[in-house]
Structures are given as C-alpha cells and as structure tokens.
Design a protein around this ligand. Sequence first.
Ligand SMILES: [Zn+2]
Length: 476
Amino acid sequence: MLKKYFSFFVILITLFYYDQKVVRAYDYIDPNNKSSVQEMITQIYDAKEQYEDLVGNKNKQDEIILASNNLFWWPIGSTETEEINGLLYAKGEPASIKVTSNFGNKESFRTSKHGGIDIGNAGNGPGVLNIIAVKAGEVIYPVKDSQTTYPDNGYYGNPDGGGFGNYVKIKHSDGTYTVYAHLAQNSITVRAGDVVDQGQVIGKMGHSGSSTATHLHFEVRIGSDSSASRAYPLDYVDPNNPRPMSYGSGNSFSLTTTILSKEEFVGRMKDYYKRTNKKGFYNNFVLNAEEIYDTSLANNVNPELVVVTAGTEENWSLSAACQYTNNYWGIGITNGKGCNSGGKYSSLSEGIAAYAKVLNSYNEYGKYSEAIKNRYNERASANCDPSGYGLPGTLEGMQSMYSHIGEYRYNPGGSGLGGCYYLNIIYGKSYCSTVATCAGSKNCSKESQTTICEQNDYTAWQIKKKVQLRYDIFGL
Ligand SMILES: [Zn+2]
C-alpha cells in the first residue's frame, strides 16, 4: 500500500516545495495550457480518492445530505441575462464549468486545506462572467459598500477581504451556506439582508484578494457558517447537470402517492431536523412521521404533501404551547391565528385524515375539480405564466384554488394587507404600500381587485415554495 502511494507523494511534495505557497492549480501552471490544466485536474481527483481511502469517509450526516442535494445550480451564469422585476437572472448554459482546483484533498500536504472549488475563467478577464446564487436564500455578506471595492489585483497572500477579496455569502433555508469569492471590483449587486432567488446574478467573476488568476472560489458550508463546516462542493453543484430541470415545475409532485418507503420518509425528516434544528418540526412532524405516513396513504394523499403544505404555513419554531395542537391542518400549525383557532381534532390521525379529505377535493373527481378547470381556462386565455395554472390532480391546479387569498390588493376590514402583502413579496416591496397609506392610494383601494395574472403569479410563488421545501426535506 505504501508503495502504491509513494510516487503520488513524491509528485505532490515536489510541487509543494517547488512553490512554498499552497498547492493550487493557478499558482504554478499556465491556465491557458489546456493539457497541463487537465493533467493537474486528473491528479487532483486521484488525490481526492486516495486521500479518502487513507483517512476514511466523511461523516454519516454528510452522506445523507449529499444524496439529496442535486438541485443546487452551478454558480456560474451564462453571459446572457434577463431582467425580471428589476432583478437580473442568468439565462441559458453556464459560461464556464471547468474546475481548476479541487476541494480539500491537499490538506495532508499543507497547513490549511482548500475550503472550496476554483472554477476557471474560460478565457475572460475580471468583470465579465456572471456569478449566480446556486439556491434561493438571504445574503449575509457583504454588509457595507466598502467590502465590494477591492481592486482586481490578486496575488497569493493579498489580504483584501480576508483573502477572499470581494465576496458574497448566502444563507439558505436548509441550513447550508454558500460563498462566492474573488469577485470583480464594484461588481457585487447584493447586500446583507437581501433575499435572492436561485439563478439571480449577484456579481461578476474577478481577481480580487488572494487570487492568482481570474476565477471563482466557491464554498458550501453545512449547518453553520464556519470554516469547519465546509463540505465538498461537487456533491452539491454539478458541472454536468448545471441547471437541474426538475426545479420549480412541481410536475413530479404527486398529490396521491410517494416513491418513498416509510423508512426513507421518516429518515429524511429526521435528517432535515438535524440540518435545521427546528424544534417545532421535530415535535409535530418527526415524532409523528410514521403516523403521518400511514394515515396519509390510507387516505390516498401523498404524505410529503401533508408535511410540505403544513410547513409552508409556519416556521416550525413554535413555542411549546403550540406544539401539540391537532388543528385544521392536522399537525399542529398556527396558520397565523394562534395555536387553537384552526379547529381541534381528538387525535393526530383524525386531523390528518380530515386534512387529507381537503387535499383530495382538488383531485380529478374532487369537489373543486370543475372550479380548477375554470381557473385553468381563465388563466390560459389571459396568457398568464403557465407555471401558475394546472388541471385537477396537479399541484398547480390545487394551488390555483388558494390564490383567492390575494384577490384584493387591500383586505377590507382586516388588519392585514390582503393581496398587497403577497404581491409585495412576489413583485418587490414597493408594489403596494403599507396598510396605513394603502387605503387611500390608487393601487391599494378597497375596491382594487388583483388581476387574474397577479393571482396566477401568487399561485406560482406558492408552488415554488412548496417544491423547494419538499426538496429541502425529502431531496425530491
Ligand atoms: Zn479557491
């Protein structure tokens, strides 16, 4: 075994002494010389496998997460962009998919491991290639403008931005964090507190900080934002499947069945709790996972749908008083009305069964079947976004029945904003005014009704949330 690895060690140790810097592809090979880059990548991949053989596999939780994260997008956008509601999105295929330096595998040969992957510039200088959010989330860095102005004069050891130069860090709802480093000077378009969509452009590839050529250094962190939580990014993003197509369609989301066995269903819910630590989710869902599974299927409803529909109505961090309420949704959510106002059931199974009955009413032979068909035709003839309407028995169709919530921009007599609240989330905060100024304004008068396509967009937004949450929990 030692003999097997001997030449490999000699190569890397030689490289290490050849250049006292960390072993990083761009530090000592010509990025324009394709064969030398290719050879280096091959060696790096070999090194990773051999390293893992030597030190053993990563911990168990990593493995569970890795199996279910194929819906992160590749962080490089296309060169084409599209503006939607004032935000820039990357269209088409990524402009670069080449990994020029891999993650971590060199850590036994240097004092600090490489905490991410480096992605090449495909012949472009700083400020050209679009960098996108791999998944929706909240930006937590940069906090101020001065953290985005470092020049594209990278060199090894340049301390700008702690070595990352200009960079963006995003916190995602599943407990992961992503980092996009060495971005071009003044190219970052987001700031801490911004909520970004998957595919939204956040800046341009650059050469700031401790960087030896224009490239993107990309990191994934699991569970907490620390360097100890860095994970192998290629288990999350895939250059060969850069924009997984199943995202956002909801088409594969059956209302009635699941492909998961009971063990898988329960296991993935436990894993989700491990990643997010949401106590409400644990008490209401994980502890009752088997009962949710059995009762849902006995009532001809997909148990994933039961969990996800309840989950999009609350944040799963309920106070203890609310955690055991078997209310309308069957599984103890507040629905914004306090713990007990949704209607109580004598047992969890009774609650789930009642909930399943409601969900069944959106199926082909259900109570709302005709109404869903009418909404479908109405929206289709108005040429609304097709992702917001569907026929009975589909998530789109079911969800289209909920959009009456946003029927009025202003909610007459209510303390909330009615449609305003949702439209502001969907189209941006300034679409409707606050309730105090809403009543008198043109857009938000009591009489002002939302358009069919606005209601449709609200439906599409709800579908997207459900599809995302289903993916976050079940990896489907
Ligand atoms: Zn790097």
